[in-house]
Design a protein. Structure first.
Length: 288
C-alpha cells in the first residue's frame, strides 16, 4: 500500500526548569492517500502535539514528516486544519473568513471562480442562508461549520482535525460528523483526526491509532475499522463487529495506555478489508 503521509521517529521535547520533558518519542505512523485515521488517547498524552507538528505549528525535536513524497518544514496551505475552536476573524463575515484563504491559495483564479468555491463549501456545510453573518451572530456549531468549510475550500493534500466537535452538544456533534463525512467522501482528502470519543472514532475512521500515555508517548495499537462506506450511524452501531471494536478501544484506554512499551498491532500498515478477521487478530495482540 502506498503511503501518502509518513511520520518517522517523531519526537517532541520541551525544556523545563527540571530538565528536558519528552512528550512524544519515536512516534511512527503511515497513512495511505485518501485514508481517514483517528488518533485517540488520554488527555495530555500528546495527541494534539503530534497533530500540531504535522500542521507545522510546532517545531519537531526529532524525526521526519513526509507528505506526498516531500519532507515538511513549517506550515502551509497543503494542510487544512480545524481546531476545537475555529478562531474566526470577528470583523469578517463567514464568507470573508473562508475567502481569506481561498484568495491566497487560488490567486490565479478569477474573482468569480473564487466566489463560487467559497459559496459552494459554505452551502454544503449548511450555511447557505448565513454566509454573510459575522461570527458573533453565529452559534458555536455554525462557527465550526465555517471552520470546516474553510479547511476544505483550500483543497489541501491533508486535513488535520483537532477535536473539532469537542465543545458541541451531542445533537450538533452528530450533525457535523455527518457533514464532515459527506465532504470527506466527495473529496477523499487524507485525514488525521484527534479525538477522545471512542464512538466518534469508530464512526468516522478507517483506522484508529491508540497512543500510550506520556511522558514519551508513542503508538500503542492500531486498529482497522472497515465498516462499509458510505456510513449511516445506526447501521454502524448495529454491525456485529461494532461492540468488539468498541470494547477493544476502551480496554486499551483503561489498561494498556499506561504501558510505556505497548505491542503494536500486526495490522500497522494493513489496508482496511474484512472486519471480522482483523478484529479477532487485533483483540488477541498482547500488550505488555
Amino acid at each position: 500500500m502506498s503511503h501518502h503521509v509518513e511520520l518517522s521517529e517523531l519526537t517532541k521535547v520541551y525544556a523545563t526548569p527540571k530538565g528536558p520533558a519528552v512528550i512524544v518519542q519515536d512516534f511512527n505512523l503511515r497513512i495511505a492517500k485518501g485514508e481517514f485515521v483517528t488518533l485517540i488517547g488520554h488527555s495530555g498524552c500528546g495527541k494534539s502535539t503530534v497533530l500540531s507538528m504535522l500542521a507545522g505549528l510546532n517545531d519537531i525535536t526529532g524525526g521526519v514528516i513526509v507528505l506526498g513524497g516531500k519532507e515538511l518544514v513549517g506550515a502551509g496551505p497543503d494542510r487544512g486544519v480545524v481546531f476545537q475552536s475555529p478562531s474566526l476573524l470577528p470583523w469578517f463575515t463567514a464568507f470573508e473568513n473562508v475567502m481569506l484563504g481561498v484568495e491566497q491559495v487560488f490567486f490565479t483564479a478569477s474573482a468569480e471562480e473564487r466566489r463560487e468555491i467559497v459559496e459552494y463549501y459554505l452551502t454544503v456545510v449548511g450555511l447557505g442562508e448565513s454566509m454573510h453573518k459575522r461570527p458573533a451572530e453565529l452559534s458555536q456549531g455554525m462557527r465550526q461549520r465555517v471552520g470546516i468549510a474553510r479547511a476544505f475550500a483550500l483543497k489541501p493534500k491533508m486535513l488535520l482535525l483537532d477535536e473539532p466537535f469537542g465543545m458541541l452538544d451531542s445533537l450538533t456533534r452528530y450533525e457535523l460528523q455527518a457533514v464532515l463525512l459527506k465532504l470527506w467522501r466527495e473529496n477523499r482528502i487524507t485525514t488525521l483526526m484527534v479525538t477522545h470519543d471512542v464512538d466518534e472514532a469508530l464512526y468516522l475512521s478507517d483506522r484508529v491509532v491508540c497512543m500510550t500515555d506520556g511522558p514519551e508517548a508513542e503508538v500503542g495499537d492500531i486498529i482497522p475499522v472497515a465498516f462499509p462506506r458510505p456510513r449511516e450511524r445506526q447501521a454502524v452501531m448495529d454491525h456485529p463487529d461494532y461492540y468488539p471494536l468498541r470494547e477493544r478501544l476502551i480496554e486499551f484506554l483503561e489498561i494498556h495506555a499506561h504501558s510505556r512499551k505497548s505491542a503494536v498491532s500486526a495490522t500497522f500498515e494493513a489496508k482496511p478489508g474484512v472486519i471480522s478477521d482483523n478484529v479477532r487478530k487485533v483483540a488477541t495482540v498482547p500488550v505488555s
